[in-house]
Design a protein around this ligand. Structure first.
Ligand code: BJW
Length: 271
């Protein structure tokens, strides 16, 4: 019954906004952050995603990102990414609006054919200059070379027994003026790109249906979107393996794997 009621809303809504997190890419083989998949060697992935970690040990942080660039390069969109892209085509052909806000940096939504995507936390394929605090000192730009420098070749194995490569600073990725580069993503304690955040916030403010998929909903500002939408009386739905920080705000909850649930729920399995 809940499914039918939700699907009726999908037919009539004027602007559906979907927020995705790491869980949407889990079935493509991309590790999530929290839970058992969130360890790289002996570190929590989130402990390495900070400017402080980069200042302390830029070699270690670059090894971690080199590993993820290599891994994601081999990953393909799964049925959840494909269902969202097919649903966007369906909605926009009807003259209605669809916005996909993702916290993921893996690029798999674009690879699946999604068009109106807001990359809240940046892209794994971007780099930028680092200042002495590890913060961004230039606008991120794309660099898909893999590995970025010869010293990173084969580095970043996730096994806890792996020795740190301790790459000397001069052999780490640098720009043409010799400045140290860092991944062009958004780390804890960093502001999001104001234009990106404004696009996301406008969509959140304008949504008349909101779906959160595969995020633990603990990281702000993304974690605040669902309660903002729900506070306006707009229906919210969640697709997740387990309950999350968003569940209490969601009228509709669909528990399970996104790749199994979304194609049928969005009625795009035959598209
Ligand atoms: C499945 C599944 C399947 C699995 N199918 N489901 C307000 C209050 C309190 C704190 C703050 C606040 N505002 C800002 C902060 C500080 C901080 C923050 O939020 N801290 C919290 C931890 C409390 N936020 C920030 O620092 C942000 N900056 C900011 O707001 O600037 C202004 C400011 C600064 C400082 C103070 C105050 C204001 C920036 C946040 C940047 C987050 N960066 C990362 C790394 C990105 C780069 C990279 O990838 O390397 O983003 S951390 C990491 O967490 C990554 C993710 O995008 C993000 C969210 O994780 P996600 O996607 O939810 O993954 P998981 O693993 O947590 O969950 C997976 C889910 O999937 C689970 O629920 C599973 O069940 C599910 N699942 N398989 C369906 N098959």
């Amino acid at each position: 019954m809940a499914t039918q009621a939700f699907q009726a809303l999908l037919q009539t809504c004027k602007h559906v906004v979907v927020l995705t997190g790491a869980g949407v890419s889990a079935e493509s083989g991309v590790p999530t952050f929290r839970g058992s998949g969130g360890l790289w060697r002996t570190w929590n992935a989130t402990d390495l995603a900070t400017p402080g970690a980069f200042v302390r040990d830029p070699s270690l942080v670059w090894e971690f990102y080199n590993y993820r660039r290599e891994l994601v390069q081999r990953c393909r969109p799964n049925p959840a990414h494909l269902a969202l892209a097919a649903f966007e085509r369906k909605v926009t052909e009807d003259g209605r609006r669809f916005t996909l806000i993702t916290q993921n940096i893996d690029g798999l939504h674009a690879a699946a054919g999604s068009r109106n995507v807001v990359l809240l936390h940046g892209s794994l394929w971007d780099v930028c200059r680092a200042d002495r605090h590890g913060m961004k000192a230039s606008k991120p730009c794309e660099n898909r070379k893999q590995p970025l420098v010869p010293a990173l070749e084969g580095k970043g194995a996730p096994d806890p027994a792996t020795m740190a490569a301790d790459i000397p600073r001069e052999a780490l990725p640098r720009d043409d003026k010799g400045h140290l580069l860092r991944p062009g993503v958004v780390w804890f304690g960093e502001n999001l790109d104001p234009d990106v955040l404004s696009r996301a916030q406008q969509a959140v403010d304008d949504a008349d249906l909101f779906i959160t998929v595969g995020t633990s909903s603990v990281v702000y500002p993304a974690a605040g979107f669902v309660s903002q939408v729900a506070a306006r009386g707009v229906p919210c739905a969640e697709v997740n393996l387990e309950s999350s920080g968003a569940t209490a705000s969601c009228k509709y909850t669909f528990q399970g794997r996104a790749g199994e649930i979304l194609p049928d729920l969005l009625e795009v399995s035959n598209v």
